[in-house]
Design a protein around this ligand. Structure first.
Ligand code: BQZ
Length: 689
């Protein structure tokens, strides 16, 4: 316990009238409803069986040039032999523009940079749809935005069907049979088991997107039954919730035949060498996704070509994808918006509020190359406070004192009511976009309950009173509050990702609003992967973070709603002794989330999420900052874009729109292919075959 903490405790004794008065004062208020903002298009709600099925078809087709240049020349087996016994078949009735034609490219622009191709080993590919397109997972949830609420469950994908045992503790899954990696090597249960045994269960490896053993339930086991059958065993009965964790980002197996020989268990490599064994320059990494990386120019572009072994078709037997090529231009996230509305890029998740007005203006013209459709308010930001007081992130003395403050409810309340959320939202964009967001589940989402949402409105005076009451007074007259007993100034760092203007603008807003409160908050701004790494390592006091899908859907990423495991929370992970030093209300939140996972009774789930929302907002688990809608920007030449596709819900739009069945009508096709009529080469070769 630091000197300051003791003083804090001591100060507790010096609870002046002021604190008692402020504490007694009910600081809660009526939460204003978000400004009316109608999503610009609604999904056509369907059943999963209306979207796809797995079945063998009488005949299969491919682009003519694949047949002539590759099959007829013996470089590739015929399409029917490249496809699984029962491919996934997308149903025409669910495709807005029906059966498509081959050709053209989707030109993405992204703000990330590839670290390498070892996704399950923990490397980022640069985001922006790259990893979503490369990695296929056991189940799929992105397209669930268009599935009827009472039929909501993850869609089959690499796992084409599953059944529960009588007692609900065992789940047997049947993998797609006869599917192959993009280099023609069979995909089977060995790929699944390598991911599970040597990446998830091996805590020396941190798969990208954070899969941990607890992600699938403490004590859960997974075994291979045969080449195309796996069996899960859970402690709880029928925890169907975990089927969501078997989707993107936490159960997307990698090519064992390529990765396993590099894993420390099977080689003399270190874990770092395993993680970095496939740098961005390594081309043609085998994938189960629709496109394979064939060219990489640092800070310039990643080019991908169609996967000749892709295991999905349309009802006419045309092997997908329709688009021959994918581009990922390596730029900035803000540039992604600019290029999409200008037509030099084809796709963007308009997610930074600062770009809304310009994007709306540009896309309003009839001549605009792209259409822009706003969805629901599913983009939200919080100010997270590192709640670990037992060593996560190896804090120094200064940081340890801040952790003690973060763990104090009155302190968190003071910070929350010193933030003028109305002004903060308007500093990003004026108009009906941003809503006052107290934290917790978002207004307008399935499990949100306003009556269970505690809101502490802006009140700088009371905030000062709360900090006075904690004994944090400016004893040396420099305008900055000091720790009790002549302690040092209260200095706090705030982490924000410079890859997003919104993140740093909100952080700058928080810094400015802490000044009149007498707190010195210092910018700790870092770029992309460095910011993500600092967050995951706990090297931050405070962080401005864009929230995950768990706040929108609850069912996707549920384990991250509270510190349900040593590495599941974004801002409270295990310390040096491997335990998470939960605060009492956090323990209740963990129990509530685990109860939610363990039941499939909807009424019970609704009640549990009311309890979760109350615990979260009453205790200021994290400080809500703002919430606003995002808009999908897509070039008008593309067809089969589903109505009402949100940029973010169960997953990002790069998954939601099912890119493998997106096409460009022949007469609208652009001449953008950089490597026309070519296919990926052998793993590690110099690109196209
Ligand atoms: C969307 C997304 C697709 C990650 C990433 C990035 C990483 C985070 C987050 C978003 C980017 C885009 O988000 O902003 O619009 O294209 O890629 O994966 O922020 O730094 O770690 O969680 O999804």
């Amino acid at each position: 316990m630091t000197r300051h903490a003791m003083a804090l405790g001591g100060a507790g004794l010096m609870l002046g009238i002021s604190l008692l008065a402020v504490q007694a004062q009910d600081l809660t208020g009526e939460l204003p409803d978000p400004p009316a903002f109608a999503a610009q298009s609604e999904p056509n709600f369907v059943s999963i069986s209306d979207i796809l099925e797995f079945k063998a078809l009488p005949e299969y087709h491919e682009p003519a040039w694949v047949t002539s240049k590759y099959v007829d020349t013996g470089k590739l087996p015929p399409v029917a032999e490249r496809l699984p016994k029962e491919p996934m078949v997308y149903k025409t009735a669910n495709m807005p523009d029906g059966i498509g034609v081959y050709g053209d490219t989707m030109r993405h622009v992204i703000g990330g940079r590839p670290e390498g191709w070892n996704y399950i080993g923990g490397q980022s590919q640069g985001w922006g749809g790259i990893d979503i397109g490369l990695s296929e997972c056991l189940t799929r949830t992105g397209p669930l935005f268009e599935v009827k609420a009472d039929e909501l469950e993850p869609m089959p994908n690499l796992a084409k069907s599953w059944e529960w045992s009588e007692d609900g503790h065992e789940l047997t899954m049947h993998l797609i049979e006869g599917a192959k990696w993009s280099d023609g090597v069979p995909f089977n249960a060995d790929d699944v088991m390598f991911y599970w045994n040597d990446n998830v269960m091996d805590t020396n490896v941190s798969p990208l997107n954070g899969a941990t053993p607890e992600t699938f339930g403490v004590g859960t086991t997974l075994e291979k039954v045969d080449d195309y059958t796996i069996k899960w065993t859970f402690k709880d009965a029928k925890p169907a919730q975990y089927l969501y964790a078997m989707a993107y980002g936490t159960f997307c197996p990698g090519p064992a035949h390529i990765l396993k020989p590099q894993h420390p268990k099977y080689s003399s490599n270190t874990y770092e060498q395993y993680k970095n064994a496939f740098p961005p320059e390594y081309m043609d990494i085998p994938v189960m996704g629709a496109w394979v990386p064939v060219e990489y120019r640092p800070d310039d572009i990643i080019v991908m070509r169609r996967n000749p072994y892709y295991w999905k078709v349309d009802e006419a037997g045309n092997q997908l994808p329709y688009l021959n090529e994918m581009h990922y231009r390596l730029s900035t996230w803000a540039d992604r918006d600019v290029q999409a509305v200008a037509g030099s890029g084809d796709f963007s998740n308009l997610e930074q509020a600062e770009s809304f007005v310009e994007a709306l203006k540009r896309s309003a013209e009839d001549s605009a190359p792209a259409r822009l459709q706003f969805g629901a308010r599913t983009i939200g930001y919080t100010l997270d406070m590192n709640l670990s007081a037992n060593g996560w992130g190896e804090p120094d003395a200064r940081a340890t004192s801040v952790r003690e403050l973060n763990r104090n409810l009155d302190f968190r309340k003071a910070i929350s009511i010193a933030i003028d959320r109305q002004r903060l939202g308007e500093s990003l964009v004026r108009g009906p976009f941003t809503a006052i967001y107290p934290g917790g589940l978002y207004a307008g989402t399935a499990y949100y309950d306003k009556a269970s949402t505690v809101y502490y409105p802006y009140n700088l005076g009371a905030a000062k009173g709360l900090l006075d009451g904690l004994g944090l007074k400016d004893t040396d007259g420099n305008g900055i509050r000091n720790y009790p007993d002549g302690g040092s100034d209260v200095e706090i760092t705030i982490l924000a990702d410079t890859a997003y203007g919104t993140n740093t603008n909100l952080a700058a807003g928080v810094i400015a609003m802490m000044e009149p409160l007498g707190l010195r908050v210092i910018a700790n701004f870092q770029q992309g992967a460095a910011s993500d790494d600092a967050q995951q390592a706990g090297q931050f006091d405070w962080e401005v973070r864009r929230q995950g899908s768990e706040m929108v859907s609850v069912v996707q990423g549920t384990a991250a709603l509270a510190p349900t495991g040593p590495r599941t929370s974004y801002f409270h992970r295990a310390g040096s002794d491997g335990t998470v030093d939960l605060l009492p209300f956090e323990q209740e939140m963990v129990d509530t989330v685990n109860a939610f996972i363990a039941t499939s009774d909807n009424a019970e789930r609704t009640e549990l999420m009311k309890k979760y929302q109350k615990l979260y907002t009453e205790n200021v688990y994290s400080v809500g900052l703002t919430q606003y809608p995002g808009a999908l920007i897509i070039n008008k030449r593309f067809a089969n874009i589903p109505e009402g596709a949100p940029i973010f819900m169960f997953n990002w739009a790069e998954d939601n729109i099912i890119r493998e069945r997106v096409f460009v009508p022949e007469d609208k096709q652009g001449n953008y292919e950089l490597h026309p009529e070519t296919l990926p080469g052998a793993p590690g070769s110099d690109g196209v075959m």
